[in-house]
Design a protein around this ligand. Structure first.
Ligand code: BGP
Length: 465
């Protein structure tokens, strides 16, 4: 009797297949479009050398001009869901007040076109980009920005609520906190724990206010936050390493996950913050807003696990995250050689089970997962990038996601980062992630092997392996 060697991984009916991108990474700037300078535009203007090949945020993948063609490619690659973001600096150039009508026309056309194609649309309000005029008055350290964001969110719900009914407040809010206030990878490049805590708290409050506004304005709309729920795995079973892993998750995932889903901050986080005199300025009324306005579902970005160990004694002198946990370079780990990141598919299973067991089995979507590849042109054959490594990467993560769903986790869809190769913060176009190749000179879009494969995956609602 023949032994079956392959399994068909069938996903639940109605499972969504698609990809995510963001406004600042795709739209590009066109003279006279009315967009103002964002924190990224400003940073590039003063420090272009920080950006790979000195390619800045103006030169993103021309979606502003080519959106019609791009949306037809969504269809050709089997998308049933798509996420992008509105650029605040495009819609409300001064941060508050007057709305840019060109931006309204652009976003309305884009969103309507996506819906016309029968693709579910998820729109994010904030993907690391703040109008620079608001950065100038202190950015997220200043409570005024929280209320400016709430008003921007209300404007978006009002202008686009008839075509968009699924929203995201923030993408990976911990990233600007870590990169901008505990490191030098996002503007304003400060290293200041106290400011970092204040920024994180303000961002959470702004997210909760947006959830409140969304529900008040359209009770049938759904809104979520997208978090990079990177699990932290300890180097060993020693209690020091295990504490380091627990603290890493406390700072990096639970700091937004708990208030967003459960409405409260973890006790342990509050006591650490108090102990180090880092408490942000807060009021009971704000905490009540956070408590009462939790998200309807969750978006989860997962790329690689965090491997940690107990910090060394000298890292405790000046207080940073290194005082609580240290990175651990695990020998023999599986690696994506084209980006240097670890590949650990089981992380996605662990996330799904954690949400099931500790967060009321909240509905969630994978909103980003993907494989960045430097020098991808070397895989071109007969004009098409043969990215079998990407197909394998997706399949192997989907096997673990499938297992989490079988074990009861409430995941409703999988969205790849990303659709067309796009500009990426400090790395510009170094690492390609797309199902579709972008030719930087001609701006031509060419579907990769993975794009054709993704269409089959979506049509079959599963795959055989
Ligand atoms: C996520 C961001 C995306 C995207 C992605 C890939 O954290 O939400 O915007 O940039 O990472 O990362 P990178 O481009 O740095 O390889």
């Amino acid at each position: 009797m023949a032994v079956p060697t392959e399994t068909f991984y069938q996903f639940p009916e109605g499972f969504l297949w698609g990809s995510s991108t963001s406004g600042p990474q795709t739209e590009g700037t066109v003279e006279g479009d009315g967009k103002s300078m964002s924190n990224w535009d400003y940073w590039y203007s003063i420090a272009p050398e920080k950006f790979h090949a000195q390619i800045g945020p103006k030169d993103t993948s021309t979606f502003y001009k080519n959106y019609r063609k791009d949306i037809s490619l969504l269809k050709e690659t089997g998308h049933t869901v798509f996420r992008t973001s509105i650029q605040w600096s495009r819609l409300i150039p001064k941060g508050t007040g007057e709305v840019n009508q060109q931006a309204v026309a652009f976003y309305r056309e884009v969103f309507s076109e996506i819906k016309k194609q029968g693709i579910q649309l998820i729109v994010n309000l904030y993907h690391f980009d703040l109008p620079y005029c608001l950065q100038e008055i202190g950015g997220w350290e200043n409570k005024e920005i929280v209320y400016a964001f709430e008003s921007y969110a209300r404007t978006c719900f009002d202008l686009f609520g008839d075509i968009v009914d699924t929203w995201i407040t923030f993408n990976e809010p911990i990233v600007p906190v870590e990169c901008g206030y505990l490191g030098e990878y996002h503007y304003p490049c400060k290293v200041d724990m106290k400011a970092a805590v204040q920024v994180a708290y303000h961002t959470q409050l702004a997210s909760s206010l947006a959830v409140k506004a969304c529900h008040e304005m359209n009770s049938n709309h759904k809104i979520c936050i997208v978090l990079n729920l990177t699990p932290a795995y300890p180097r060993s079973e020693s209690s020091e390493d295990k504490t380091a892993a627990r603290l890493a998750e406390l700072f990096q995932t639970k700091s937004f996950l708990d208030p967003s889903v459960l409405g409260t901050y973890p006790e342990e986080l509050i006591s650490i913050v108090k102990e180090h005199d880092l408490l942000p300025e807060w009021t009971q009324e704000e905490l009540d807003i956070i408590k009462e306005n939790t998200v309807d579902f969750l978006g989860v970005n997962y790329y690689q696990p965090l491997r940690v160990q107990a910090p060394s004694a000298d890292s405790k002198e000046k207080l940073t995250l290194d005082s609580f946990f240290a990175p651990y370079d695990m020998p023999g780990k599986k690696i994506n050689p084209h980006r240097g990141w670890e590949i650990y598919e089981k992380g996605i299973y662990d996330i799904g089970i954690n949400l099931k067991e500790h967060y009321g089995n909240i509905e969630w979507l994978v909103t980003e997962n993907g494989m960045g590849v430097e020098g991808e042109e070397k895989f071109r054959k007969d004009g098409v990038i043969e990215d079998d490594y990407r197909i394998e990467f997706i399949e192997d993560h989907l096997i673990e996601l499938h297992r989490a769903i079988q074990d009861g986790s409430n995941c409703k869809g999988y969205m790849l980062w990303t659709f067309i190769d796009c500009w990426s913060w400090l790395n510009a176009y170094k690492n390609r992630y797309g199902l579709v190749e972008l030719n930087l000179e001609s701006q031509e879009r060419i579907i990769k092997k993975s794009g054709y494969w993704f269409k089959e995956l979506s049509q079959n609602n599963g795959f055989r392996k």
